[in-house]
Design a protein around this ligand. Structure first.
Ligand SMILES: *[C@@H]1O[C@H](CO)[C@@H](O)[C@H](O)[C@H]1NC(C)=O
Ligand SMILES: *[C@@H]1O[C@H](CO)[C@@H](O)[C@H](O)[C@H]1NC(C)=O
Length: 389
C-alpha cells in the first residue's frame, strides 16, 4: 500500500526548474529513504513542485513552496485536496483541470491555509463537466452533485484569474475566511442554460459565490454566467463585492439569513456591478420566524437589464427556500443604503418589492434608484422611512 502510493506520488511529481524533490519522494532511487525534519524544512522554503496527478498533489503538497497543477484529471469521487498548505504557498493551475463523474457531495477542489496565492496560467481552465450531473434539479433533487470549490479557512490569501466552467452545482463556498481576496475570477455555466423537455434550465443552484462565517472577503472583477445567486452572503462581516458582471442567475443576494449556526451579516458593500438577464438585481431575504441580524449593507452603482422577477427585492418571510408572504421581525434589516441602482426590468417583472415585519426594517437611505419597465408592486409592507416601493 505504502509502496504503491509513493510510486504514484513520484509518477505525478515532475520537477519544476531548478527544484529538487528529496522530501516529497521518499522511495525515489536518488534520495535517502525517509526525509529528516531538516530536509522537510529546507524543502518547505525551496521546492517548486509540478503535479499532474491529484493524489500526488494531495500527498506531497506539504513539501512545496510553489505548486503547479498541470492538466490534472481528478478521479471520480475524489477531492483535489490542497487543504493545510504551508504558509505563503503559491499555487498555479495550468492546462485543463477536469473531474470525473461520481454522484457525491464533493467538494471537487479544496484549499485552506494562510498567505496563499492561488492563480491560473494563461489558457488554463477548471472544467467541472457539469453537464454530466445537470438534471434541472440542482441540490434539491435528482442525482447527488458535488460542490465545486471549498475556499474554507483561508487567511490573508488571494485567489485570482481562475477560469471556471460548468460546475455541477454551487461553485465557491467561502467559509471561515479572514482577509481573502478573490479577483478576476470567471465562472461560465452558460451551457447549463440548455433546457429539458419541461423548459427548465438543466443547470440549477449553480451559485457562484456563497459566503458564510467570514471576516474580510473582497470579491473584485468577477464575471459570472450561471443559474442561481451570483453572490449569496449568509453570514459574515466586512465583505465587498465590486466590479462584477452577473448574468443568467438570481442576482446579488444577502441571505437567506436565519436558521443556521451563524445568522449575522454586517458591513457588506456591493458596488459597481452589472446584473443582466437574471431573475433579480438586488436581493435581501431573511427567514420566517428565525433570529439574526442584517446591518450596515450598501448597494451602490448597480446596473440592471433583462431582470425577470424583481429589480430590488427585500423580504423577511422565507421558509424552506420560498417566500410565505408573511414577514416576521426576528432578523431586522438595519443600516441599508441603496444608491444608484438603475436600469430596466422586463415586462412581467416588478421594479421594487419590500416586505418587512412591523418595525424590523429601519435606518435605510435610498438615492438614485431609477428602474424602468415592468410594474410597481402594490403589495409592499413595512417600508421604512427613506425607501419606496
Ligand atoms: C484584474 O484585472 C484588472 C483589469 O484587467 C487588472 O488591472 C488587475 O491587475 C487584475 N488583478 C489581478 C490580481 O490579476
Ligand atoms: C467594513 O468593511 C470594510 C472592508 O473590509 C473595512 O475596510 C471597514 O473598516 C469595515 N467597517 C467597519 C465599521 O468595520
Amino acid at each position: 500500500m505504502v509502496y504503491l502510493s509513493n510510486k504514484k506520488a513520484i509518477a505525478g511529481l515532475l520537477l519544476g526548474a531548478g527544484a529538487h524533490m528529496a522530501a516529497a519522494a521518499p522511495a525515489a532511487p536518488a534520495v535517502t529513504a525517509a526525509p529528516s525534519l531538516k530536509d522537510a524544512q529546507i524543502n518547505k522554503r525551496g521546492d517548486s513542485c509540478t503535479f499532474s496527478d491529484a493524489s500526488a498533489a494531495s500527498e506531497s503538497k506539504a513539501s512545496c513552496a510553489t505548486i503547479i497543477l498541470s492538466d490534472i484529471t481528478v478521479p471520480a469521487g475524489e477531492t483535489l485536496d490542497l487543504s493545510d498548505l504551508n504558509d505563503n504557498t503559491y499555487v498555479e493551475f495550468q492546462g485543463t483541470t477536469t473531474f470525473e463523474y461520481d454522484e457525491w457531495k464533493g467538494p471537487l477542489v479544496r484549499f485552506s491555509g494562510s498567505g496563499l496565492t492561488i492563480t491560473g496560467a494563461d489558457g488554463h481552465s477548471l472544467d467541472g463537466n457539469g453537464a454530466k450531473w445537470w438534471d434541472g434539479e440542482g441540490s434539491n433533487g435528482g442525482v447527488t452533485k458535488p460542490k465545486f470549490f471549498y475556499a474554507h479557512d483561508l487567511t490573508d490569501s488571494t485567489i485570482s484569474g481562475l477560469n471556471i466552467k460548468n460546475t455541477p452545482v454551487q461553485c465557491f463556498s467561502v467559509n471561515g475566511a479572514e482577509n481573502l481576496v478573490i479577483e478576476n475570477v470567471t465562472i461560465d455555466n452558460t451551457d447549463g442554460d440548455e433546457t429539458n423537455s419541461d423548459g427548465d434550465a438543466l443547470g440549477h443552484n449553480t451559485d457562484a459565490f456563497d459566503v458564510g462565517s467570514s471576516t474580510g472577503v473582497t470579491i473584485k472583477g468577477a464575471t459570472v454566467y450561471n443559474q442561481d445567486d451570483c453572490l449569496a452572503v449568509n453570514s459574515g462581516e466586512n465583505i465587498i463585492f465590486t466590479g462584477g458582471t452577473c448574468s443568467g442567475g438570481h442576482g446579488l443576494s444577502i441571505g437567506s439569513v436565519g436558521g443556521r449556526d451563524d445568522n449575522t451579516v454586517s458591513n457588506v458593500t456591493i458596488s459597481d456591478t452589472t446584473v443582466k438577464d437574471s431573475q433579480n438585481g438586488v436581493r435581501i431575504k431573511t427567514v420566517y420566524d428565525a433570529t439574526g441580524e442584517v446591518s450596515d449593507i450598501t448597494y451602490s452603482g448597480i446596473t440592471l437589464s433583462g431582470i425577470t422577477k424583481y429589480g430590488i427585492v427585500i423580504e423577511q418571510d422565507y421558509e424552506n427556500g420560498s417566500p410565505t408572504g408573511d414577514p416576521t421581525t426576528g432578523v431586522p434589516i438595519t443600516g441599508l443604503s441603496v444608491s444608484d441602482v438603475t436600469g430596466s426590468v422586463s415586462d412581467d417583472a416588478t421594479q421594487v418589492y419590500i416586505l418587512c415585519g412591523d418595525g424590523s426594517c429601519s435606518d435605510w437611505t435610498w438615492s438614485g434608484v431609477s428602474i424602468t419597465g415592468g410594474e410597481a408592486s402594490d403589495e409592499c409592507s413595512g417600508i421604512p422611512d427613506g425607501a419606496s416601493c
